[in-house]
Design a protein around this ligand. Structure first.
Ligand code: GBH
Length: 458
């Protein structure tokens, strides 16, 4: 098929790391095999109306059985690294106690196969699949879950730490708090609005406690935050205040403690007390006392907000962004937003900002198998170009991971959204690479050929 786009100019430095990202619950399936315990998502998908058309992830992409085929797809792409997540309920079925050996064996085999294929493993320890038993004991609203997370992290690091250098502790703790505990549209389905704020602190505390054990075992620690540039719908002071509130909750609540060692002031939104109630002496030092080795940035689109009507539960509401294309999910396509976001992080945190990696970026389109998904290629092309722009302006970005390898279980949307470089037939689980797969493969190869040899890769 003709290439609709040439690879973007080779403006990224040698050694820049290319990858793809996935998560356990979205691809593995096999939810009752080999001693895996229940997760909050197993429970949530059974709730009537929670997931579109009642889809469940019992089988998902059946990656638990087809992982060899998926490693071959990664090798065919030529990625430097693969970001996957480890399912806590496979490793510790009830969220505490000794490891379930069969669960760890799966990730052990996967790690070996990746390394044999020349792909570095970049595991995320928590991508939203909390063991149900811990949720029954209060979930991330309780401080104990942070300690349980650190114990679990140590079990995984004991097994994989001789082969894994870089770890991501948490994926998008903001989205987990907001969708899972504040709005109830993700598991565990609680709609606490601003009362969900302790979930922010307990996740970050879990990160801090886990970081210590990962470092003791020679690991380097990252955390993946979703971020979005926010603009007010108008110049009216109320809308500007709403945009500021959104920016604070979305972009600063989970970044300030890591980079600045303090929480942003939430008192203007009447939200400070919940957070302060959860905070104990020494916590902020655990969270931000040792700089991150890298910050992961997940970017999909920018956000526009206006003031919410009086009496609403939150101080802001989303306004559609018009005049730009939208994905099948309805999300606006604004590649320049990624450049602005990366430059904005650098401006906000200065020298305290660690090296960045774009750990997720991608789009959903209704493409069939083998389709010439020119829309997806255009999205990736534009966003990789935006990363190159930010790097040219001095932001230290070390890698780009696209979301995602396979069409998969897209949370509350079930199988309706397709984000994959590879089409998956959800009846037969047959994988068919799309045109974007070949495009990304060629882009990686072109970058490698054009870049000066990097001694670190030899
Ligand atoms: C990520 O979350 C997840 O880490 C991953 O598991 C998931 O599959 C992937 O993205 C795709 O969804 O209402 O138009 O402003 C992304 C979090 C939150 C990003 C909602 C986009 C709203 C778009 N998303 N956000 S819009």
């Amino acid at each position: 098929a003709p290439q609709p786009h040439e690879p973007p100019p080779n403006r990224l430095p040698p050694g820049f790391r290319w990858g793809v990202s996935t998560s356990a619950y979205q691809i593995e399936g096999a939810t009752t095999e080999d001693g895996r315990g229940r997760s909050i998502w197993d429970t949530f998908t059974e709730r009537p109306g929670a997931v579109r058309d009642g889809h469940t992830a019992e089988n998902a992409c059946d990656h638990y059985h087809r992982w060899r085929e998926d490693v071959a797809l990664l090798a065919g792409l030529g990625v430097d690294a693969y970001r996957f997540s480890v399912a806590w309920p496979r490793v510790q079925p009830g969220g505490r106690g000794p490891a379930n050996a069969a669960g760890l064996d799966f990730y052990d085999r996967l790690t070996d196969a990746l390394l044999a294929a020349g792909v570095r493993p970049f595991p995320t320890l928590y991508h939203w699949d909390l063991p149900q038993e811990l949720e029954d004991a209060g979930g991330w609203l309780t401080r104990d879950t942070a300690r349980r997370f650190a114990d679990y992290a140590a079990l995984v690091a004991d097994r994989l730490g001789d082969r894994v250098r870089d770890w991501i502790t948490l994926n998008e703790p903001f989205v987990h708090m907001a969708f899972g505990y504040a709005l109830g549209v993700h598991a565990p389905g609680r709609a606490l609005l601003l009362d969900a704020l302790p979930v922010a602190h307990h996740q970050l505390l879990g990160h801090g406690l886990a970081s210590a054990s990962l470092r003791e075992r020679g690991g380097r620690v990252h955390l993946a935050n979703n971020c979005t540039p926010v603009t007010p719908a108008s110049d009216a002071p109320a809308d500007r205040k709403a945009a500021d509130a959104y920016d604070t909750l979305h972009n600063r609540l989970f970044n300030d403690p890591l980079m600045n060692g303090s929480y942003p002031d939430l008192s203007a939104y009447g939200a400070g007390d919940d957070l302060r109630g959860a905070l104990r002496d020494g916590d902020l030092d655990l969270i931000g006392g040792t700089p991150l080795d890298g910050l992961g940035v997940n970017y999909y689109n920018p956000t526009r907000v206006r003031a919410a009507p009086a009496g609403a539960g939150l101080p802001f509401e989303d306004v559609p962004i018009d005049g730009v294309p939208h994905t099948a999910f309805g999300w606006p396509v604004v590649p320049g937003g990624l450049r602005d976001l990366l430059l904005g992080l650098r401006e906000r945190y200065g020298d305290r900002l660690p090296p960045l990696t774009v750990t997720e970026n991608g789009c959903s389109y209704d493409d069939g198998p083998g389709a010439d998904d020119t829309d997806r290629i255009g999205y990736l092309d534009g966003h990789i170009g935006a990363v190159a722009d930010a790097v040219a302006r001095g932001v230290d970005v070390r890698g780009y991971f696209t979301w995602t390898l396979l069409d998969n279980f897209e949370w509350a949307e079930g199988y309706h959204q397709r984000f994959g470089l590879v089409h998956v037939d959800h009846e037969t689980r047959t994988r068919t690479p799309r045109a974007s797969y070949a495009w990304y493969r060629d882009l990686i190869a072109a970058h490698r050929a054009g870049a000066r040899p990097d001694p670190a890769r030899a």
